[in-house]
Design a protein around this ligand. Structure first.
Ligand code: SF4
Ligand code: SF4
Length: 364
């Protein structure tokens, strides 16, 4: 896709949304609801979080309107990524009906209209690329994924918990978007990343971004990377972590971890799930459900009468070694995109970067 970058004044943001609606997309965008920025259906610019800023720290999240005006996207992220849009928290997978002396099975596929998501972050695009691979042959995921058009906004205000610069997944979006915006004071630098995005961009009939606007956008991204303080340890994390399975730090973190599974629910790459059969009492039919699960839940490692991971120590160790180590072998990259959500939304304030550093330090 050619990277011809245009400039869209603030007053034209509504036109962009209108063009997407005219093209047949329902809109989903960030909104401030109950103190958090969440993705919700929307119809106009007025619903976007203008002037909202967020403040995040281990175990702490605040989002609130600041001064009058301000920017629409001057916050880092909320508890949701794109995950619930493609991998539903709970959904039927198939249905079985008893008739003529036998069971008839039929797959249940979700019906989702074409959906444009506004304000997608670079870290969440990176997570989506991983989930695309994991669910490559999964019909329900793919049925939803095909319907998405992604309008990304480069991140200019990372939270204190963000470390996407360390994982190489942000703050600039490098691929996976249909349209990409850089928010400046007076408007947006806009680029297309797909044929669909280019089609929408052409309809807006914008002028080229000038060198000053491009420099300003680059400077914002440079600052957004430079202010990030957290990092993951460098080197071969898979080898280092798997050589330290008996490290004392696993016992220490297990004293603090509540096994609440918040970290895995907000993580945009976690995909653990369980299955449940829900039969009718009269035996006439049955539905088979898939729902999000977590490697922190007690039953997730239950196999044939015993739990493979019976305590929090082994469950936390499983999460961290799989996320930062095992995924290297599965997907050729870490399972962490540096969004920082697991740090912010952990009620105990456990910080994956701190734990990884403590476990990797010193001799095995
Ligand atoms: S492990 Fe934590 S920081 Fe990494 S992608 Fe998941 S939620 Fe984000
Ligand atoms: S690390 Fe934090 S969020 Fe994750 S299960 Fe433990 S207490 Fe819950």
């Amino acid at each position: 896709m050619s990277e011809q970058r245009k400039f869209m004044p603030n007053a034209r943001l509504d036109d962009l949304l209108a063009q997407l609606t005219r093209a047949g997309f329902q809109l989903i965008g960030p909104q401030l609801q109950e103190g958090a920025i969440v993705y919700r259906p929307m119809t106009s610019v007025a619903e976007l979080p203008l002037g909202v800023r967020d403040s995040q720290a281990p175990g702490r999240y605040r989002a609130a309107r600041g001064e009058e005006g301000g920017r629409w996207f001057a916050w880092a992220n909320g508890p949701q990524a794109l995950k619930p849009l493609t991998f539903a928290p709970r959904e039927p997978m198939w249905r079985a009906v008893a008739a003529e002396g036998r069971l008839h099975f039929a797959a249940v596929l979700p019906e989702m209209p074409p959906t444009a998501v506004i304000g997608v972050r670079a870290c969440d695009l990176a997570a989506l690329a991983i989930q695309d691979r994991h669910f490559a042959d999964e019909p329900a995921y793919q049925a939803r994924r095909r319907q998405l058009l992604l309008v990304a906004v480069n991140c200019s205000h990372p939270a204190a918990t963000c470390f996407c610069a360390s994982t190489g997944d942000g703050p600039a979006a490098s691929s996976g978007y249909d349209l990409l915006l850089d928010e400046l004071d007076e408007g947006f630098v806009v680029a297309a990343g797909s044929e669909a995005g280019a089609g929408i961009l052409a309809l807006l009939n914008l002028t080229d971004a000038d060198p000053t606007q491009l420099e300003e956008a680059a400077a914002l991204l440079g600052r957004a990377a430079a202010v990030q303080q957290r990092t993951l340890p460098a080197g071969d994390l898979a080898a280092t972590l798997f050589a330290r399975l008996d490290h004392l730090r696993w016992d220490e973190v297990a004293q603090r971890c509540l096994a609440c599974a918040n970290c895995t629910q907000v993580c945009p790459t976690c995909f653990c799930h369980s299955h449940q059969e829900v039969p009718a009492l009269d035996g006439s039919h049955s539905e088979h459900y898939r729902e999000w699960d977590s490697c922190f839940s007690e039953g997730h490692s239950y196999i044939h009468g015993f739990k493979v991971r019976p305590d929090i120590r082994t469950r936390y160790r499983q999460w961290l070694t799989h996320k930062l180590g095992g995924w290297q072998r599965q997907f050729g990259r870490s399972g962490c995109v540096g969004c920082g959500r697991c740090i912010t939304w952990c009620p105990a304030g456990i910080d994956i970067t701190e734990e990884a550093r403590a476990i990797c330090a010193g001799e095995p």
